[in-house]
Ligand binder design. Structure first.
Ligand SMILES: [Zn+2]
Length: 352
């Protein structure tokens, strides 16, 4: 679809052909605002069927998405198995959109910051598209994940002496200096991540609660945006509660939700690497989304995630990392009526 870009920081508007993901005036994130209506009449579970709902780009139609929605052993809970994506996480949905934009804009390199899973996903799709990838990872990034990326995807990796927020800062500096396309938890990734909630609503329109793990809150924020856009286009009337799930040891959203203040930085202390983000990029948007949908923010301890991970393997024979089942652990801690979906993710290594 055609669109313009709007800065979430200062409101500046940029045209569709603006080749960057951040505002030149204030450094804020640019949000995609669509113009017109998509050329589809109904929502079906079909990843590339959602292309009319995505920003225009040079898409390569790789196989991804359309992941299984599995009834769990818990009454009323369905599991969205995102480890079925090529790099075993929902990140692939965003990476294909970002790489499509990089190709459209004529870039031959993408750069991002990551705690591990996004790095592999970005490197995977960049390599498929024949462009280079450079990744800045936090000090606590999982070495097995990094080894996989180096060995299979030829990505250039820089380990930063700091946390994810510092890795993100370094990626921005690199993008400006080297004329590489900055990808990561920004507008175009958010557009791709919307396809997850589209699939859930296509398959289970009566869903009342969706449990979403939160690192940078891009997936959460994407779910809010996706639901609002479907309503506007008349493609769905669903209004599920959105539940943000964080680790008790790194819970800036939970604090903001309780105190009513803006999200503030926390030192990430959880061992659940994929959600160990001290200052979520879309934190304030996510808190607003929680409130607007009547949802809540749930904290789960590292011990609860670790136990859930083992139980998940015993029950379903599927290996996931700790953060991958944070949403299932969170489901046990609240009692909302109606059918629930928990977003379950894997990791690009067989070890947690
Ligand atoms: Zn701005």
């Amino acid at each position: 679809m055609r669109y313009s870009l709007r800065c979430l920081g200062c409101g500046t508007r940029c045209p569709m052909y603006f080749r960057k993901q951040l505002c030149e005036k204030c450094g804020g994130i640019l949000e995609v605002d669509y113009v017109g209506r998509p050329g589809i009449k109904e929502l079906r579970k079909d990843f590339w069927g959602y292309e009319p709902l995505l920003p225009r780009g040079e898409y390569k139609h790789y196989k991804l998405g359309n992941t299984t929605l599995l009834p769990s052993v818990e009454e009323g809970l369905f599991l969205k198995l995102e480890m079925e994506n090529p790099t075993r996480s929902f990140k692939d949905r965003g990476s294909v959109v970002e790489v499509a934009k990089a190709l459209e804009y004529g870039y031959d390199e993408v750069v991002c910051a990551s705690t591990g899973n996004m790095a592999y996903s970005v490197a995977y799709y960049a390599k498929l598209a024949g462009i280079r990838s450079t990744i800045f990872v936090s000090r606590n990034a999982n070495w097995l994940k990094l080894r996989n990326i180096r060995e299979t995807r030829d990505a250039k990796i820089f380990r930063v002496d700091g946390d994810f927020t510092e890795a993100q800062r370094r990626a921005i500096v690199y993008a400006n200096r080297k004329e590489a396309f900055l990808v990561g938890d920004y507008g175009y990734r958010k557009e791709g991540q919307k396809t997850l909630i589209y699939e859930v609503l296509a398959e289970l329109p009566e869903v009342r609660n969706v449990f979403i793990p939160v690192g940078n809150a891009t997936l959460f924020s994407a779910a809010c945006k996706g639901i609002a856009e479907l309503k506007r286009y008349g493609l769905s009337k669903a209004s599920p509660r959105l539940v943000a799930v964080q680790a008790s040891l790194t819970d800036p959203l939970a604090v903001a939700f309780k105190t009513g203040k803006h999200v503030r930085y926390q030192k990430p202390l959880t061992d659940a690497g994929a959600i160990a983000v001290g200052y979520p990029t879309y934190g304030d948007e996510a808190v607003a989304g929680v409130k607007a949908t009547g949802g809540t923010v749930v904290d789960v301890t590292d011990k609860e995630m670790e136990e859930e991970r083992k139980a998940f393997y015993r029950e379903y024979g599927l290996q996931v990392e700790m953060s991958g089942v944070a949403s299932v652990a969170a489901f046990r801690k609240v009692s909302f009526e109606g059918r629930s979906v928990a977003i379950v993710s894997g990791a690009n290594t067989l070890k947690p």
